[in-house]
Each structure stands twice: as C-alpha cells, then as structure tokens.
Write a protein that binds this ligand. Structure first.
Ligand SMILES: Cc1cc2nc3c(=O)[nH]c(=O)nc-3n(C[C@H](O)[C@H](O)[C@H](O)COP(=O)(O)OP(=O)(O)OC[C@H]3O[C@@H](n4cnc5c(N)ncnc54)[C@H](O)[C@@H]3O)c2cc1C
Length: 463
C-alpha cells in the first residue's frame, strides 16, 4: 500500500508525453519495499510506457570515502540485477545525482524520486524539480511514518514524538506488494556510463577519498541485508531487549548501515520483526522502539533543524551549561591523532575506537561511552562535538546519516534532560568506566576486539 501522505509534488509542471517514467533513485537503493519504485511502475503501467531507474554516482559524495563507496557499489550491483529480473533497466551515470536525473528527465513523462533529510539530498531534489521539463514528485520510503505526518515541528525528545508516532503507525505498518511491469524497459536505447555489475572493478576507477579502506566485515546490498535480517530474527531477536546493551554479546541486527544506504526498508524490517510471534513481545517492542521511535526522531531532527551538523544545534540549556564549564580543567586531554589511533589510557575506549576503525561498526552502548569520553578529554565542548562527528562519519559504515547527527548531538545534551551538575559536563549526562565494569563483561569485549584486530592485521600484512 502506498499512502497518499508519502507522496509530495515537488513542482507544478504537468506530466507529458515521454518515453518512460523515470525513477531517480538516490536514497532507497533497493528493489524491495520501495514505495518510490512501486509508484513509478504503477504510473508507467497507467501511461503505457516503461519504467526507467537512474542513479547519479559522484566521486565526492559529502564525507564519503572508499569504505562507504565499496558498500554503496555492492548495493547498486544488487539493484541492477534485481531490477533486470523485473524487466526494468537501471542506468548509472557518473556525476552529481541531480545532473544525472536531469539528463534522463529530458525524455521522461514524469520523474519520481525518493526522499532524504540531509541538506545536500534536499538540494538535489530541489534542483531537479526546478529544472526538469516535467512533473517531479517525491515518495517517502525510508521511514515508517512520514516525517511531516509524525510531527510538524522539531521534537525535543523521544518521549514527545513517541505518542505521535504510536498514534499513526498502524496506518503505515502496511505491506507493499510488488507491481507487475506491463512495459519492460530493458530494450530502451538509454545508457549509463558506469558499470556496476563488478563493484570492486568500478571502485578502482573512481576518484575517491581513499583514506579509509573498505571493511571485509560487512558486505553491502539488499540481498545481504535480507540474509542478515533472517539470521537476526532466527537467533538474536529472542533476548534482544536484555542483551542489546551488553558490548560482548552479539545481540543486535547490524541493520543500521543497510538502512543508511537504503539497502533495506525500515517498513520491511518493522513488519518482519512484529510478525515473529515466537519471540517475546518485549523483545519485538524493544526493537521497534529503536527502529521506529529513536530512528525517526533523528529524521525529525535533521528535517526541522537546519544546523543539525553544527554545535549550534544543541538545546539552550546544554549550550549554557557546557559554556559554564568550558574552562574547567581537563584531567587529561588527547590530540585527534591519539584518539584516531586508539592511543588513550582507557582500554575500553581504545577497544571501541578500534572496533569502529577496523570493522566499520561500534557497539551501541560503547558509542555512548566513546562520545562522552571525547567530551571529557577535549579542550572545548565545541571541538569535542566536531571531533566526535568527524570520527563517527569517517569510520562508521552507518555514519553520515540523520542518526549520526542526532546521536552525536545526544552526547552533548540533545534529546536528553539536565542531570546533576559536575565538572566539564555541567548538567549534561556523564558516563564513566565504573558503569561499564558494573553492568557488563567489559573485559570480554576488550579481548574480543583485540582478537578481531589481530586477525585483521594478520590478513592485511603482506607475506
Ligand atoms: C555517539 C553515537 C553515535 C551514533 N552514530 C550512529 C550513526 O552514525 N548511524 C546510525 O545509524 N546510528 C548511530 N547511532 C545509534 C546506534 O548506536 C546505532 O543505530 C546502532 O548501534 C546500530 O546497530 P544495529 O543496527 O545493530 O542496531 P539494533 O540494536 O539492531 O537496532 C535496530 C535499528 O534501530 C535503530 N537504532 C538503534 N539504536 C538507535 C539509536 N540510539 N538512535 C537511533 N536509532 C537507533 C537503528 O536504525 C538500528 O539499525 C549512534 C549512537 C551514538 C550514541
């Protein structure tokens, strides 16, 4: 089902005679549970023309490096193969996404795009809508409840958005059935100029920031996302609520990176988890809370807060209390290089940083501890904010996401409340190593990461 509220007209031009209906795929890089793709097929069937899907591949996507591109390209490979199986042509063009879309829009009857909440994603769609010679519409497929339906303002916390989303979610937790293509497009004489069937070969040809190598720990694409999801629900969902915080227990789904790249739909995930009646309700509810409430709070934040990536985005109380304590003496400070190389005196922090650098993924609970320590160990809170965001977005596979910006800002008080006052943090929530030791088998986590890093460097070292 495609609810009307997922769809927005981006310009006032009419649809017209054209060779195809174009789907400008940018955020939802998948063929399953993709409302924009299904609407494209339905409109193409109605107009008696084929659907065409395009993607613009730029070399310098904001903050992306080779690690991110490797994953993205694996996703494009799956999309090409899975679209082909449905009779739909996929063309990938080198260059800025909106320019690629405008190139193919010249012959389109209308253009459909998916939705993103970050500044550059909005700008590309605006440019497309301004310059396309036909109707352009946007379909929101990467959240369960459309952002503007959930709320019309910046929500201050999970507790304020939760009742609003709960009230709506039954209406949106509806399956999306694939539509049969009446007029296949594989024969169209429209071409791209980038091959995606062999991601590793394409990766070599792009002019990229190669400061971070691809991670051998994760493979991109909707096919791999489906496999991982199945193994999560079979063996990890039962016990998720209790186990998700324990850093040494592998109790989470690793879906965040697939969500970030659009390789999996949050709707598909939510329906799948909701319907696992063998798993305890508390575990399913806990997963849906993270996936829908927490994640969509981040989308709300980036959508309504234009300064989402700057220190200025913090709530007033957090700004004030951090400013009041900005000149407190830091018992220890580290350079960015020391942090980046996991060279602090804190073995737990070093393990978390190593996990992120080596594998591309840090455990959720450790992300909180990791960020709080950067605040404690940096001369000013603003610099700490910038360092945290920089490291997160450089190394995390799920970095550069609405979730990245909201969660890094959480370290500094966003979506939280004032706590008891203490040095450096003021009223911002504090965390310490004693908490990790009390609650978790933190030593086991350190050993696990040590082993992973050792094994990784053994494989990387040329013989
Ligand atoms: C400092 C800091 C930085 C973070 N950076 C990112 C980031 O760059 N990208 C990112 O996607 N998440 C980020 N998170 C949130 C969270 O840590 C990850 O989403 C989660 O660890 C991903 O693992 P998973 O998919 O196995 O999660 P699971 O436990 O399996 O959860 C399922 C899904 O729920 C959502 N979710 C889980 N926890 C949160 C949360 N705290 N906030 C919002 N959504 C959540 C994610 O989409 C996740 O994939 C950050 C958290 C902190 C404290």
């Amino acid at each position: 089902m495609i609810q009307d509220t997922r769809i927005q007209e981006l310009n006032e031009r009419p649809e017209r005679d054209g060779q195809y209906v174009l789907y400008f795929m940018q955020q939802a890089v998948r063929t399953r549970f993709n409302h924009a793709l299904e609407l494209t097929i339905r409109r193409a069937n109605e107009l008696g023309v084929p659907p065409l899907v395009c993607f613009g591949l730029m070399d310098d996507y904001p903050e992306a490096n080779e690690r991110h591109y490797a994953f993205l390209l694996e996703g494009l490979r799956d999309v090409e193969a899975n679209l082909k199986a449905r009779g739909i042509k996929f063309v990938v063009r080198h260059g800025s996404p909106e320019k690629a879309a405008l190139h193919y829009a010249k012959e389109a009857a209308l253009v459909i795009c998916d939705r993103g909440y970050l500044r550059h994603q909005k700008a590309w769609r605006d440019a497309l809508a301004d310059h396309a010679p036909c109707e352009v519409m946007e379909v929101e497929s990467d959240v369960v409840v459309p952002v503007d339906v959930a709320s019309d303002k910046h929500e201050s916390a999970a507790r304020t958005i939760r009742p609003k989303i709960h009230k709506k979610w039954d209406e949106y937790l509806q399956p999306l059935r694939p539509t049969k293509v009446k007029h296949p497009s594989l024969h169209l004489k429209v071409t791209g100029n980038i091959e995606v069937a062999h991601p590793a070969a394409t990766l070599k040809k792009l002019k990229l920031d190669r400061s971070v190598a691809p991670t051998p720990f994760f493979t991109g694409g909707e096919d791999q996302a489906a496999r991982l999801l199945a193994s999560f629900t079979q063996s990890k969902l039962d016990g998720y609520a209790e186990g998700r915080n324990e850093p040494s227990a592998d109790r989470h789904s690793y879906m965040s990176m697939y969500l970030h790249f659009g390789h999996v739909s949050p709707l598909e995930l939510a329906l799948h988890v909701r319907d696992q009646k063998n798993a305890p309700a508390a575990d399913r509810d806990s997963y849906l809370e993270e996936l829908i409430i927490r994640r969509e709070l981040s989308m709300n934040f980036c959508n309504f807060e234009p300064r989402y990536d700057s220190y200025a985005c913090l709530p007033n109380w957090a700004h004030k209390t951090l400013a009041d304590h900005a000149s407190d003496e830091r018992p220890i400070t580290y350079t960015l290089k020391q942090l980046e190389e996991s060279k602090t005196q804190d073995p737990y922090w070093n393990a978390a940083q190593t996990q992120m650098v080596v594998t591309g993924f840090m455990h959720n609970y450790m992300r909180m501890y990791w960020g709080k320590k950067i605040l404690e160990w940096t001369k000013s809170p603003k610099e700490a904010f910038e360092r945290t965001l920089y490291l997160n977005n450089k190394y995390e596979m799920d970095g550069r996401d609405a979730n990245s910006f909201a969660n890094v800002a959480w370290i500094f008080g966003l979506h939280d409340r004032p706590w008891g006052r203490r040095a450096i943090f003021g009223n911002v929530r504090y965390m310490n190593a004693a908490g990790l030791e009390r609650k978790f088998d933190i030593q086991k986590y350190v050993e696990q990461i040590h082993d992973v890093a050792k094994e990784h460097s053994r494989k990387e070292t040329p013989k």
